[in-house]
Design a binder for this molecule. Structure first.
Ligand SMILES: [Zn+2]
Length: 110
């Protein structure tokens, strides 16, 4: 992913509107690109800062930003684990189906 693409995805990221695949690519870029990471911070501060102003809460925006990125990483990890588990599940079902056919063949057709 290049910087232009990463920056274009920031609003969607802040809206929690990226697909898991896009989110993973986005986070990988943000983790390794100081410029885009800074741009994300700025846009986060603007978006969150405005909503904070309207509610009157004062909280540490930089910490909130760090928390959000950390949470996104966790979401991706969970997503990838579930994906892996699902694939293992599919493979098991296929293997069990084959085993069932083999068993039926051995019992009835030999
Ligand atoms: Zn970048």
């Amino acid at each position: 992913m290049n910087c232009k693409k990463a920056v274009s995805m920031i609003p969607a990221y802040l809206e929690d509107d990226l697909s898991a695949k896009d989110l993973q690519a986005f986070l990988e870029h943000i983790d390794n690109c100081a410029d885009c990471s800074e741009e994300l911070s700025i846009q986060f501060l603007i978006t969150e800062g405005l909503s904070t102003l309207s509610t009157g809460d004062s909280y540490d925006l930089q910490t909130a930003m760090t928390d959000k990125v950390r949470e996104s990483h966790r979401d991706i990890t969970v997503h990838n684990r579930l994906f892996l588990l699902r694939n293992i599940g599919v493979i098991l079902v296929v293997l069990m189906t084959i085993a069932a056919f083999v068993a039926i063949y051995l019992v009835f057709f030999r």
